[in-house]
Design a protein around this ligand. Structure first.
Ligand code: G4P
Length: 304
């Protein structure tokens, strides 16, 4: 799997964030409720210091309700963090954000100046949709092509006394964690042209067999739970006529069907990671980074 993470852009984005941070009262990070770990900015924890932060779990209409609750319980325990699970079909829930912002910024209470909040999120996470709902009009462009929000802008939510600093949608990704890349691709945050679709199909099929076997059996009318990801994609491909000459299943076509139905919520409400998975993967990532660092140091010493 080859994914371009644009570390240069990530660096620029964190530099810009650090620059405006002194004048910011609160950070709003929009996450995809289906992948709250993989859609987060891995640098935010270290950049934000003790600034309060609201993590919006957006698109919760597509996510597994039980797991969304697990994520909220997990994140709400962290210092200075509050979560809000929302989706665009319930603008009333999105509008609760403004009251929550004021509740979380205590030291501004005496002042008349607007509350300064910065809003960030990976492309396609639904940031523009949220901004438009808060502003009550179309300010930010929306669309399914990742990276439609370009350039920073400030939006005055006058009736709420909030000044919103909008940042460009940035794909920060967890560079060392391959699985995060797969999940970003499975949910559509990374363009289909950027990676091998059957790779994503295999990753997703494997997870679905482990976590949501009933849903896939119902959707694809399977009598037994497939034992492997290949078995699932082949069974799906056969049912949907994705066959090449000789009756061989076209795995790319089968993967496309699986991913399209996952993204549209046709398979059901599905979340691709849990706090437990995140903790395991963070440990693995730490080992990979430590090994890389050790290799680098050994090389340096060798050169000397
Ligand atoms: P961005 O600024 O973060 O890049 O995202 P944007 O608001 O443009 O939204 C990206 C896509 O996600 C849009 O779909 C939007 O409708 C969809 N979306 C946003 N919020 C939600 C949500 O809560 N639930 C679901 N299911 N989808 C959401 P699109 O197909 O590109 O556009 P359109 O069909 O809405 O025109």
């Amino acid at each position: 799997m080859q994914i371009q993470w644009y570390p240069g852009h990530m660096h620029k984005a964190s530099k810009e964030l650090k620059q405006i941070l002194p004048s910011i009262d609160l950070i709003i990070e929009v996450l995809d409720a289906r992948i709250p770990f993989s859609s987060q900015n891995p640098m935010l924890a270290s950049i934000r210091g003790d600034k309060p932060c609201i993590k919006i779990l957006n698109k919760d209409d597509l996510a597994d309700e039980k797991t969304t609750q697990q994520w909220q319980d997990y994140l709400d325990q962290q210092k200075g963090i509050k979560t809000l699970a929302v989706n665009m079909s319930h603008p009333d829930r999105i509008k609760q954000l403004t009251a929550l912002c004021h509740k979380m910024v205590v030291d501004k209470k005496e002042s008349d100046r607007p509350l300064n909040a910065v809003i960030m999120g990976i492309p396609n996470v639904g940031k523009s949709t949220i901004i438009n709902i808060l502003a009550g009009r179309a300010i930010a462009k929306t669309g399914n092509e990742p990276a439609v929000t370009k350039g920073q802008q400030r939006i005055a939510l006058k009736s709420h006394n909030i000044l919103l600093f909008d940042t460009p949608g940035m794909l920060w990704g967890n560079i060392e964690n391959r699985n995060s890349g797969y999940r970003l691709a499975a949910t559509g945050a990374i363009k289909d042209t950027a990676i091998d679709i059957d790779d994503i199909g295999f990753f997703t099929a494997d997870y679905l067999i482990q976590t949501y076997p009933q849903m896939i059996m119902e959707r694809y009318q399977l009598e037994n739970t497939p034992r492997t990801e290949l078995e699932l994609l082949e069974a799906l491909g056969r049912k949907r006529g994705c066959l090449r000459s000789g009756g061989v299943v076209d795995l790319v076509k089968a993967s496309k069907i699986l991913l399209t139905e996952l993204r549209a919520g046709i398979l059901g409400k599905i979340t691709l990671e849990t706090p437990k998975i995140m903790e395991q993967e963070l440990k693995q990532t730490a080992i990979i980074i430590a090994k890389k660092e050790a290799k680098k140091s050994a090389k340096k010493i060798g050169k000397k």
